[in-house]
Design a protein around this ligand. Sequence first.
Ligand code: CP
Ligand code: NVA
Length: 306
Amino acid sequence: MELRHFLQFKDLSRDELEYLFARTRVIKDRFKRYEPYHPLNDRSLAMIFEKSSTRTRLSFEAGMQQLGGAAIYLNTRDTQLGRGEPVEDAAEVISRMVDLVMIRTFEQDIIERFAKHSRVPVINGLTNEYHPCQILADIYTYIEQRGPIAGKTVAWIGDSNNMCNTWLQAAEVLDFNVHVSTPPGYEVEPERAGLFGTDHFESFADPMDACRDADLVTTDVWTSMGFEAENAVRMEAFADWCVDSEMMAVAAKDALFMHCLPAHRGEEVEAAVIDGPQSVVWEEAANRLHAQKALMEFLLLGFVHE
Ligand code: CP
Ligand code: NVA
C-alpha cells in the first residue's frame, strides 16, 4: 500500500474526505451500539507531544484501543528528542517500531522532516500552522448536524492561527467559503496557510460583517500554545473579537457555533454563546474520537468496503 501522511488538510482529496466522513458515521454508529470493531488488532501508534493536550491525546489513545491496537505516549521532556536528537534520526527509529505516528509540535517543518524519514504514516496532531484532525471532526460535525458543507459560509473570528489556516485549506478542497475577521496586524498569510489560491475566503474588518448570514460561526483562543509571550499585547488587540450574542444574531437563523477547545469564556467567546443553544462544542469534541478512528483505519488499511 502507498505510504500516506496527514500533515495538512489538503493531503487528502475531496473524494477521500467524503469517504472518511461516511466511514466516521459507520464507525461511530457501531461504537454507539457497543459493537466491538478491531481492524487494527496488533497495530501500534506512537503519539509524540511537544505541547499540552487533553482531547488529542485521549481521542487518539482511546480510539486506537477501541480499534484493537495500542497507543504509546511520548513527550519531548522524557525522550531524546528533548535533548537534541535529530528529528530525522528519531523518525528512522520510531517508525521501525510502530505502525503509525501522531505528532503535536511547533513548526510544520518539524513534522514534514519527520515524515520524510518515516516508514509509516504520520498524522499532524497540531502544529503552529495547522490542526487538520480538528477540522476533520468539525466538518464531520457540521455534516452530521446540517448536511453537506459545500457552498456554505463559515465565519472565522479572531486569530489567523493553525485552526484558521486549516479551515481555509478545507474550504478550497471541499468548496465552501470562509469569512475571516482578525484584528489589524493578525491577518491571514495565504502562503503560511498553504492555500491553492482558489479564492474561497474573504476578509472583513468588522467581525459583525464576517458573521452576517454565516452557516457556522467559529473561533479559538487569542493566544495559541507557543505564543504565550505575546499574551498581554494580544489581550488588548483582540478585545473586540469576542464572539457574542449580537454576532450570532446576524448569522443565519440555524447557524452553529464551534470552538476546538479549550475555551476562555469572556475572551474569544461569550459564555451565553458557547453554553447556548447554537453551540455544538461537546459534539464537536466527541467527534474527534470517531473521525480519527476513520483516519487511522484509512491510513493503515486504505478504503474499507464492508
Ligand atoms: N482541540 C484540541 O486539540 O484540544 P487539546 O489541546 O486538548 O488536544
Ligand atoms: N490554536 C490553539 C488550538 C489548541 C487546540 C493552539 O494552537 O494552542
